[in-house]
Design a protein around this ligand. Structure first.
Ligand code: SP5
Ligand code: ZN
Length: 342
């Protein structure tokens, strides 16, 4: 399986993540990818290539152009306004306020385009986010050209980013761009399966009213974890999209027997629908020792999960998402890929 990877992810490394009222070293850090690359090498995934330049056209068509301009210019505006630190949202629109006018002031704009203030923007964030989505695009082209699978080793991750909001360590929704590119290249039915511990709110939101992209997500129950305000089982899609969104929220302590039953159900939905291609949002934060999550998956369970996904026999792009138990992120990620290829 070919792996697409860009070194430019390193340009995004905030000093600060707001966690428990303190600024801590971000959980989502560059070393995550070093562990994955080392493990890939060790397990003979030697076909690792840098993506070609990002193709902006499918990104601006799917996402909000004003949001993309914001991401591109935010750092310069922040500095020009005399702000001393990294970009952290302090004022976000909440109940009773209005979102129909976008502030001119950069501090206000940051709040408008942010949904979770743990996530900082830095000087290199835009370029890193573009390199991340470039890997997803290269993986999509590789599979559209006939490969049975590809792994986009994306960083920063993407599944929490909507068409016009960042947060949850995500800026551009790599999996959503990938799914849309499959539609544009002729696939009629595209499924996105999200196995990251957190609900893929951004992907859900982007495709919520569409019947051509089915979304299924296994995740920590929103009453107990981020993103808190979305991800319940009764969110099934709206309008034409009704019946094409499947959420599997699970409570703290969930282990592989329950998790794999949810996975099987999601796989059955995807297969019954007749999906032609699959995009997997591949997070490994369902692992038992993940520092910010509460499922109980063992490393071997990731192999088994990959095997179940592989039995669908669909052309598949894996997009890297979360996973923060850095020492084991490589093993768990590659286990999914090995199970899939089995
Ligand atoms: C891609 C992805 O996995 N994003 C996850 C974003 C999670 N954001 C909330 C983080 C909350 C961290 N709380 C720290 C508690 C430490 N015990
Ligand atoms: Zn996650």
């Amino acid at each position: 399986m070919r792996v697409f990877y860009s070194e430019d992810h390193r340009l995004h490394f905030p000093q600060a993540e707001l966690s428990g009222g303190q600024f801590v070293t971000p959980f989502e850090r560059p070393s995550r990818l070093e562990y994955i690359l080392n493990r890939l090498r060790k397990r003979q995934f030697l076909d690792v290539v840098a993506p070609e330049a990002v193709d902006m056209a499918p990104i601006t068509a799917l996402l909000d152009p004003g949001y993309l301009t914001f991401l591109e210019t935010a750092w310069d505006e922040w500095k020009a306004a005399g702000m001393g630190g990294e970009i952290i949202a302090a004022n976000v629109p909440a109940r009773g306020m209005h979102m129909d006018r976008i502030p001119e002031n950069i501090d206000g704009k940051v709040g408008y385009y942010c949904h979770a203030s743990e996530t900082a923007i830095t000087q290199g964030t835009w370029k890193a986010a573009l390199s991340s989505v470039a890997s997803a695009q290269a993986a999509q082209r590789h599979v559209a050209a006939g490969a049975n699978a590809a792994f986009a080793l994306c960083r920063p991750p993407g599944h929490h980013a909507t068409a016009d909001q960042y947060g949850g360590f995500c800026f551009i929704n790599n999996a959503a761009v990938t799914a849309q590119m499959f539609r544009d290249s002729g696939a009629e039915r595209v499924a996105v399966l999200d196995i990251d511990f957190h609900h893929g709110n951004g992907t859900q939101d982007i495709f919520y009213e569409r019947a051509d992209v089915l979304f299924a997500s296994l995740h920590g129950a929103p009453q107990q974890t981020y993103p808190y305000f979305i991800g319940y089982a009764d969110e099934k899609g709206r309008g034409e999209g009704e019946g094409y969104n499947f959420n599997y929220p699970m409570l703290s302590g969930t282990g592989y027997s329950q998790w794999s039953a949810a996975l099987d159900d999601a796989i059955a939905k995807i297969s019954a629908w007749g999906a032609e291609v699959l995009v997997v949002s591949l997070g490994v934060d369902a692992y038992k020792d993940d520092p910010i999550s509460f499922f109980q998956l063992e490393s071997d369970d990731f192999t088994d999960a990959g095997r179940r996904i592989g039995r669908m026999k669909l052309p598949t792009v894996f997009c890297m998402e979360g996973g923060y138990a850095v020492e084991m992120v490589g093993v768990n990620t590659v286990n999914v890929l090995e199970g899939f290829a089995d």
